[in-house]
Ligand binder design. Structure first.
Ligand code: NAD
Length: 357
């Protein structure tokens, strides 16, 4: 028994890309004996339409009972005029906090077949395989006090607080070191310890955690230098560990090194290995319903779920190898298509990956 997965297709291209991932689950079940119970629930705009709530209580209850959640994407123009508290995206934020997901994992892996899709020169990005571990529930995005106040002289002042407790730093650092053990055993912790006390503590606590991981090499880097290094020589990194805000920015930068938003999966992990797995892109309303969305980010999110939460790394390997084979064979969805390649739709890409399993 590998576990239970709650499937949340969501909005826009969500249902069609999640359907391809489910074909892959079926393929692994039929051919390789994967034991994965799956059930579907509502989130986002689809949930608002059906229940008035972007995260119905039943969905959160089922998510808590599952080992993993696989999400498509939420949101779209239809719900943009709603009050911010009941927009589709709010459902996703509530799901993340309701599951206590404090570590966000974003791999940036360049498939060599797509080297030409990056805006950087192929010799800079070929071989790129880095993993960003971002703290997700603390730091300046949540810190109090926060707000905008009017000073005695009538001038307005905005303020936020970067705050980290030792325990928050320790638990996400452990995730980074554990993941490094399954990779190249190197962690680079990114901070601004020369200017921000909260990240000076970050650095000290990461050093303490590192003592339990003598087999993993730890280095530290200031965030401004890291931004530069990611563009100059991104292949120097294995695991990058960083705070909520720095991770938000650096992970978007890193995702673009690989060229296509339709290729990149992500995971958010909490206690006990529970995780939410989703592509990094949104619901792409501009292409929804046209059978042209790239399902690979979602299919690779399923692979991450199998590897990190369901203890089925061999199944994950099969999926990743199948994706690679399909790319080798020249199949491309519109977002990654180039001259000489065979253009296929969402469904045909899913079928090809299943055949290549
Ligand atoms: P987006 O990621 O949905 O789309 C950006 C661009 O990338 C679009 O041109 C889109 O067509 C393209 N794209 C995205 N995924 C693709 C795929 N799999 N294959 C091919 N092309 C793809 O971002 P956006 O347009 O800023 O947002 C659209 C909606 O998605 C908004 O409502 C936004 O709030 C929501 N959103 C949701 C999530 C999420 O569910 N995690 C994340 C980001 C945005």
């Amino acid at each position: 028994m590998n576990g239970r997965m709650l499937v949340l297709p969501g909005d826009g291209i969500g249902p069609s890309i999640v359907a391809q991932a489910m074909k892959v689950v079926d393929g692994l079940r039929d051919r390789y004996g994967l034991h994965l119970e799956t059930e579907e629930a509502l989130i986002g705009g689809a949930a608002i339409d059906a229940t008035g709530d972007p995260l119905p209580a039943a969905t959160l209850t089922r998510a808590r009972a599952a080992d993993v959640v696989l999400l498509g994407a939420v949101g779209g123009p239809k719900w943009e005029s709603l009050d911010i508290k009941i927009r589709p995206e709010k459902g996703l934020l509530r799901l993340r906090s309701g599951l206590g997901l404090y570590a966000n994992l974003r791999p940036a892996l360049l498939h060599p077949q797509l080297a030409g899709a990056s805006t950087l020169k192929p010799e800079v990005v070929v071989g790129l395989d880095l993993l960003i571990v971002r703290e997700l529930t603390g730091g300046i995005y949540f810190g109090e006090p926060r707000g905008v106040r009017t000073l005695a002289n009538g001038e307005r002042e905005g303020y936020n607080t970067e705050v980290y407790r030792e325990s928050e730093i320790r638990r996400v650092a452990k995730v980074a070191f554990e993941l490094a053990r399954r990779r190249d055993r190197r962690v680079c912790s990114v901070d601004k310890a020369n200017v921000l006390e909260a990240t000076e503590l970050w650095r000290n606590v990461v050093d303490e955690v590192a003592r339990d991981y003598g087999d993993v090499a730890l280095s530290h880097m200031y965030v401004d230098n890291c931004a530069m290094q990611l563009v100059r020589n991104p292949r120097q990194f294995d695991v990058l560990l960083t705070t909520n805000m720095f991770g938000d920015i650096l992970s978007d930068l890193a995702s673009m090194l690989t060229g296509s938003i339709g290729m990149l999966p992500s995971a958010s992990l909490g206690e006990g290995g529970r995780g939410l797995y989703e592509p990094i892109h949104g619901s792409a309303p501009d292409i929804a319903g046209r059978d042209i969305a790239n399902p690979i980010a979602t299919i690779l999110s399923l692979a991450m779920a199998l590897r990190y939460s369901l203890d089925a790394p061999a199944m994950a390997d099969r999926i990743e190898a199948a994706v690679s084979r399909v790319l080798d064979n020249g199949l491309r969805t519109a977002d990654i298509w180039s001259e000489g390649m065979t253009r296929v739709g969402t469904g045909a890409m899913g079928d090809a990956i299943v055949s290549a399993l």
